[in-house]
Design a binder for this molecule. Sequence first.
Ligand SMILES: *Cc1c(COP(=O)(O)O)cnc(C)c1O
Length: 391
Amino acid sequence: MAGFPIEVATRIKTLPPYLFAAIDKMKQEALARGVDIINLGIGDPDLPTPTPIIDSLAQAAKNPKHHQYPSYEGMLSFRKAVADWYKRRFNVALDPADEVLTLIGSKEGIGHVHLAFIDPGDIVLVPSPGYPVYPVGTSFCGGVSHIMPLTKANGFLPDLNAIPKDVAKKAKLMWLNSPNNPTSVIMSKDYFKRVVEFAQENQVIVCHDAAYSEIYYDGKRPVSFLEVDGAKDVGVEFHSLSKTYNMTGWRIGFAVGNKNVLAGLGRVKSQLDSGVFEAVQAAGITALGLDDSVTDELRKIYQERRDTLVPGLKKLGLEVDPPPAAFYIWVTVPKGYTSASFTAHLLEKAGIVTTPGNGFGAPGEGYIRMTVCTTKERLAEAVERIKKAGF
Ligand SMILES: *Cc1c(COP(=O)(O)O)cnc(C)c1O
């Protein structure tokens, strides 16, 4: 029998071009040539999940009651552990019954929330450069992203006053991300206050992605959006165990805040997924109950790495600031280069993989992103290699 053309839907055809494809190809070629690649491209912790969390999973996996379908909203005991953690960490009270929703990693909820609230033609306010799931989740629902450019001039914070009045009025949902990927910038409580006013005035749902809230430096802890009065009336916050406990592979996160927003997202989830494996949720309870020494140790390691890489790059004459949080270094490309050409230069001449800033959106042009998800020794070697290669 003859085949027929298998055509993907318009939503797939119209996806933006994958800007990392060229760099992936160059990386594969370099690996094939036997180059000892230093990978500063990945945003994935290299350190193992803490042992008590693994032990907890091993034990919970043996319990047959965890082998059946979990509920899509998550075990009440996990949601209680989230509420307790929130109270301890941010002094924010949450009702585990309807103000906490378990997610199969926060990316799952970040993608799906659009299905609950965005109709074709609806506007979503999207920071750029930023996590690609915000604009892609929007376009999968026929929504339209209005870009909020993050630039040096605005301190890499969305300029709420620069959003045209009619766009603000029409917008249905706004994405924020602090600490930020890729710029590492943190939003202050004052900034969040202005966001709440903006959201009230324009009736916009705020979705704040706080995946990096526990990766911070110099003891300066980022605030939660929900710490601000009225925040729970306008929005939700997405969290993940991925970065805090080196659990990217485990797929567990959560959303907290406005119960109507969570109910909308929950209705989508009840139709599309079947929740997080209960043994993983049991391990998640253990993780959230660990004392601060575990995350203190993690922060100390990242800080040492940051303090190896950033001064090293500065010494070479690159324009870069030490980030206050997250594990990303946002480097201005030197004169004569673009994001793509500097990324290619570092790979070809120094065997270092980085990410071109424009891969996170057009306003990221002129930057590259490096991560500190590799050892201090390798980071020091990366600096040496860049010195030798020149630019
Ligand atoms: C890593 C990351 C997440 C978390 O993803 P999970 O699905 O929870 O693993 C969310 N947002 C941003 C910006 C991230 O970089």
